[in-house]
Design a protein around this ligand. Structure first.
Ligand SMILES: NC(=O)C[C@H](N)C(=O)O
Length: 333
């Protein structure tokens, strides 16, 4: 232990960064195979950046991340960051749902110490595996005082992104993570880093959401919109127990007239809140675009993609937020 170095805890959850294959040149592999200590040992120089230690929270492909794992992870981070002995946190995570976990954490972690999620697109046994450098950079960010107060960050491929803004934009490229609307927060190059802008939504200590005592979250489903979609889809989700529904709408959060009418009915008859997001890769969904949202009790997601809008809606419903306050939430969180 080097007491002069910052103290960084690495919480591992699995993903391709912990994945392994029988061949270094095959795209087939299994995610979540190797443990955190093996991952740390594979990063040259990591111990010069910080006093690092690892903890295994889960070991799954991030397609299998659950609300239960989110709560466990967030509670552990809050516990660790409350201690003077921990200066920053790195979370290793699969890339498929990394933006969801990062956004969830950004809303419920009650500290301004740095929290950085990272992962990789190539498994640990792949030729040119990029996981070790991503982990090295993530530890460098988490131990840098400049990274304080930036909310939860996502770092892969030499870039630093704000949890709210980032999306996985490509299925296989190492340059998959991008913040298409607002751009990246900063850059990192072999551990040297700089920030270009501030994050501009609420998170951490200014967030009104907390998971203290929370054991589960209300069910919120996502419905993908398309031409001539079946008008009974909303009903099916309401009957299955959804308390909120996010529509991955066409264009600027649009959907067929029949779905819109079903949405209105779902709120009036069952109190189910409907949020309009978009299936388009990027862009705002604004209120009152091609119709008046108030006429159908719908909420516009702003620049939150469907998966992130679902997380905000789950937390808002869990806190008992009412329809009237929802639009403000979606524009500010
Ligand atoms: N690149 C990856 O990490 C993909 C993997 N399916 C995961 O999300 O765990």
């Amino acid at each position: 232990q080097d007491t002069d170095l910052p103290n960084v805890k690495i919480l591992a959850t699995g993903g391709t960064i912990a994945g392994a294959a029988s061949s270094a040149t095959s795209g087939s592999y299994s995610a979540g195979q190797i443990g955190i200590q093996t991952m740390i040992n594979a990063v040259p120089g990591i111990k010069k950046l910080a006093d690092v230690s690892g903890e295994q929270v889960a070991n799954v492909g991030s397609q299998d991340i659950t609300v239960e794992i989110w709560l466990k992870l967030a509670n552990r981070i809050n516990e660790l960051l409350a201690s003077d002995d921990v200066d920053g946190i790195v979370v290793t995570h699969g890339t498929d749902t990394q933006e969801e976990t990062a956004y969830f954490l950004s809303l419920v972690v009650k500290s301004d110490k740095p929290v950085v999620t990272t992962g990789s697109m190539r498994s640990s046994t792949s030729i040119s595996a990029e996981g070790p450098l991503n982990l090295y950079n993530a530890v460098a960010i988490a131990s840098n005082p400049e990274a304080k107060g930036k909310g939860v960050m996502v770092s892969l491929n030499d870039q630093i992104h704000a949890a709210r803004d980032v999306s996985k934009m490509n299925t296989t490229n190492v340059n998959s993570f991008q913040s298409p609307i607002k751009g990246m927060l900063g850059g990192v190059f072999y551990g040297r880093l700089g920030f270009f802008r501030e994050p501009n939504t609420k998170f951490g200590n200014t967030s009104k959401f907390s998971i203290t005592g929370v054991k589960e979250l209300p069910r919120v489903d996502i419905i993908y919109a398309y031409a001539d979609m079946s008008p009974d889809l909303i009903d099916m989700h309401v009957k299955a127990g959804a308390k909120g529904i996010v529509i991955a709408g066409v264009g600027n959060g649009n959907m067929t007239d029949a779905i819109l009418k079903a949405a209105k009915k779902a709120y009036e008859d069952h109190g189910v809140i409907i949020v309009r997001s978009t299936r388009a890769a990027t862009g705002w969904v604004l209120r009152d675009n091609e119709f008046k949202d108030a006429d159908y009790h719908t909420i516009a997601s702003g620049d939150l993609n469907p998966a992130k809008a679902r997380i905000l809606l789950m937390l808002a419903l869990s806190k008992g937020e009412k329809l009237n306050d929802m639009q403000e939430l979606f524009y500010t969180y």
